[in-house]
Design a protein around this ligand. Sequence first.
Ligand code: HEC
Ligand code: HEC
Length: 295
Amino acid sequence: MNALMIKGLLFAAILIGATIYVVDSMNIDLSDPINMITMIGAIAIAVLTVGVSIKYINQMKSDTAGGELCEDKWDGIGEYKNELPGGWAYSWLGTVIWAFWYMISGYPVNAFSQIGQYNDEVKAYNVKFEEMHNSADASTLKEMGESIFLVQCAPCHGSTGDGLSGKAHDFTSRMSKIQILDVIAKGSNQLGYPMGAMPKDMATGADAEAIAIYVAGGMKGEQPAAFAACASCHGADGKGMSGMAPNLTVFDETLVGNVVKNGKKGALGKMPAFNDRMTPVQIKALAAYIATLKG
Ligand code: HEC
Ligand code: HEC
């Protein structure tokens, strides 16, 4: 055994010792097979690294070059025309075959994935959640709605739901006059009601103004005659004819659900769509909470 070998073994022993020290001080449970396999892997890497390094260091000391030299020289340095080492070539070929196997029938398409597992668990959890809270009472819904609201909605709508001085919808009233005038002028086609799109220019000038004031005021007092243009879809009472068109008087579940699912772009700005990130119970809870924000 030469001096190099002894130094190498010493180095490997230090690496292994350090690994054991770290594993021990982190209280890692080695009865867990995954931890044990990782540990064995670490030791194997230390031994292999040292072994392979010693082999090549020794070889460099005694090796002499041989073979046919390439014709080209760079600054007097030539290169041998060596065959590709067999081991290298076979591992390359093996990697290519493995890569195809991996893409076609290996991990990505057919086997376990953490993302798939996460999605399955979320789905199973949501089913349980819906069952558990299906008949939640009003105060539970309101509390649930408040906590969802504070996390998901408050960044834009404000923690008190006042819309942060006009940056988003102010929930203390159903809609402001500017928002209603904007919808009357431009129409609307984004929320996904059975009635479909609302045509633009449903009313103009003084009529539009009178309707907007009436609707923004909570539809109280005498109804302007021009509201007849709206009543055919929203109903004479503005309640949206059982969900066919938006309810203009309160934030009902259908409206909150449609807005959360599809987002909303209007006079105030753009609200992103949450797609299917809310369950029906969560939407009911949000609607219950928003209904309590009336000024
Ligand atoms: C042809 C049917 C129809 C008529 C008439 C109609 N609307 Fe609509 N309205 C709708 C539909 C459907 C929507 C939802 C459109 C969407 O998906 O964005 C809507 C949306 C709205 C909204 C937006 C609600 C929200 O929360 O975003 C307002 C405000 C509104 N209508 C007011 C009016 C007023 C005021 C009139 C009368 C001048 C009127 N509508 C006439 C069908 C109608
Ligand atoms: C990125 C900012 C943002 C977030 C987050 C956000 N909103 Fe909105 N929301 C808006 C804006 C802006 C409007 C007003 C759109 C307009 O101009 O009519 C709005 C409007 C609304 C409306 C009224 C729509 C109508 O037409 O009457 C409801 C209801 C609503 N948001 C509910 C929610 C709920 C519930 C959440 C949380 C799950 C939420 N929003 C999260 C920006 C946001």
